[in-house]
Design a protein around this ligand. Structure first.
Ligand code: NAD
Length: 265
């Protein structure tokens, strides 16, 4: 028996990065998948769906910006109807910029971070929870930036800390209906969000045109384990555990997958 046989899961930010990895890993364990992302990512989202279908399970896709609640709720309702219900939600979509110290952050960048990373997660839950019928699992993707402050990313750290407050509150509100709510906290993960020239330059201010190897050296020094980052599937395995009945009495928890980043002194 696969670990998510018969379950219906919804993943936001599913066109690439960790969202795609979550869809594939959950599908490997038998789940039907609703994969959502913004309209501009439609062709990459279809690749995710195709990879899921190749595993012999159902995949449906939907286009919605998680900042737009009305559209999101409509798309979620349509997709849930198509797959016949909803058991697991993974609020994964997020954005990250590198603007600098808090007092220098441009209001537009601040607002985008809060709108997508926090309000988008709230919208996702708000659109999905009414579809749960027989318990369920909500997994909110925060970050190690939701546990400790990250210099130069106050907009992101504030939003990801707030996701923990959202998660703990929902755990209180939904426990009596057997709906569990937990957050995951990845450290650095090798996805397009951090594997790009802007982030490399931010990590290595003393190096002209820093490479991935330069960035890896900086990130390795932040971890207890001798690795610069974890792979998307390492986070997907944590998401799978929280989605499955193996974690049936866990709610209101923060699960950290960070190679020791948050514990390093
Ligand atoms: N990569 C890391 O190092 C890292 C570390 C900790 C936490 N995270 C978090 O993990 C999650 C996934 O990150 P990733 O690394 O896969 O990022 P990514 O940039 O590779 O993918 C993010 C996905 O979210 C989608 N998205 C962005 N804004 C959206 C919106 N308004 N509406 C709908 N979809 C939207 C994008 O189109 C993209 O497909 C995010 O919440 C991120 O903050 C990432």
């Amino acid at each position: 028996m696969r670990r998510l046989e018969g379950q219906r899961v919804l993943v936001t930010g599913a066109a690439g990065g960790m969202g795609r990895a979550h869809c594939i890993r959950l599908a490997q364990e038998g789940a039907s998948v609703i994969a959502l992302d913004v309209a501009e990512a439609a062709s990459a989202l279809e690749e995710t769906a195709q990879a899921v279908r190749e595993l012999g399970v159902v995949a449906v896709t939907g286009s919605a910006d998680i900042r737009d609640f009305d559209t999101l709720a409509e798309v979620v309702a349509d997709c849930v109807k198509t797959v016949g219900g909803l058991d697991v939600v993974v609020a994964n979509a997020g954005v990250y910029d590198t603007p600098g110290p808090v007092w220098t952050i441009d209001p537009a960048i601040w607002n985008r971070s809060l709108d997508v990373n926090l309000t988008g997660a709230w919208h996702t839950v708000k659109a999905c929870v009414p579809h749960f019928r027989d318990g369920g699992s909500v997994i909110l993707v925060s970050s190690t930036a939701g546990i400790k402050g990250i210099a130069g990313a106050g907009h992101y750290s504030a939003a990801k800390h707030a996701v923990v407050g959202l998660s703990r509150t929902l755990a209180n509100e939904l426990g009596a209906q057997s709906i569990r709510v937990n957050s995951v906290h990845p450290g650095s993960v090798r996805t397009p969000m951090i594997i790009n020239e802007k982030v490399f330059a931010n990590l290595c201010p003393g190096i002209e045109n820093p490479t991935e190897a330069d960035a890896a050296a900086v990130l390795s020094a932040r971890n207890l384990l001798p690795v610069p980052w974890v792979d998307p599937v390492d986070v997907s395995n944590a998401v799978l555990f929280l989605a499955s009945s193996e974690s049936r009495y866990m709610t209101g928890c923060q699960l950290v997958i960070d190679a020791g980043l948050t514990q390093k002194v």
